[in-house]
Design a binder for this molecule. Sequence first.
Ligand SMILES: CC(C)(COP(=O)(O)OP(=O)(O)OC[C@H]1O[C@@H](n2cnc3c(N)ncnc32)[C@H](O)[C@@H]1OP(=O)(O)O)[C@@H](O)C(=O)NCCC(=O)NCCS
Length: 175
Amino acid sequence: MTPAAVTFREVPCSSDTEAVRRIVSSTGFFQPFEVEVAVELVQERLDRGIASEYFFRFAEAGAEVVGYTCFGPIPCTISSVDLYWIAVDAAWQGKGLGMRLMSETEKAISAGVAGARPPFCNSGNGRRVYIETSGKELYGPTQRFYERAGFRLEARLESFYAPGDDKLVYVKTLA
Ligand SMILES: CC(C)(COP(=O)(O)OP(=O)(O)OC[C@H]1O[C@@H](n2cnc3c(N)ncnc32)[C@H](O)[C@@H]1OP(=O)(O)O)[C@@H](O)C(=O)NCCC(=O)NCCS
């Protein structure tokens, strides 16, 4: 199946915990505890619904989830949104799927979510999208991906994660 045939789904289902575990693990980018955090966010959404304030887009190739994003409003802001996770299954990377996921996610953020709290309750409220990532060399391709997607590097927090491992904060202002 080609990336063009991939479809997107919004509402998580119980099998997505294992799908997210598989996808995030497949990238080889994340420590086991980080994989667990990714899974927990899906479980939190399954348990609490949109009150969890975790929102998703799942990319599906037939019945298989091959990539996803997780995002949500940043508390105490009017229109800022955190993109917590974006990951594409290792076998699907470099085929344009990440860019399509990002575009679907930006559309979702701009449109808002019925029944959610501000800034997601009304159409057009999600405006500034933030992403945090590591400055380590391993994340060079990820940093280039964000820049290709129109994000700009707003801040660098030196040795934030560990000595020599900076935190990079990227931002994109949606139209
Ligand atoms: C980052 C990630 C989501 C990108 O998804 P993807 O499907 O591989 O990306 P795309 O195929 O849509 O690539 C889009 C652009 O990003 C850039 N890019 C993506 N992967 C790249 C790589 N390995 N090296 C250099 N540039 C890369 C390219 O410039 C590409 O633009 P082009 O098509 O004009 O060349 C995916 O590679 C991934 O899951 N990485 C590991 C997990 C991760 O780092 N997640 C983010 C932290 S939470």
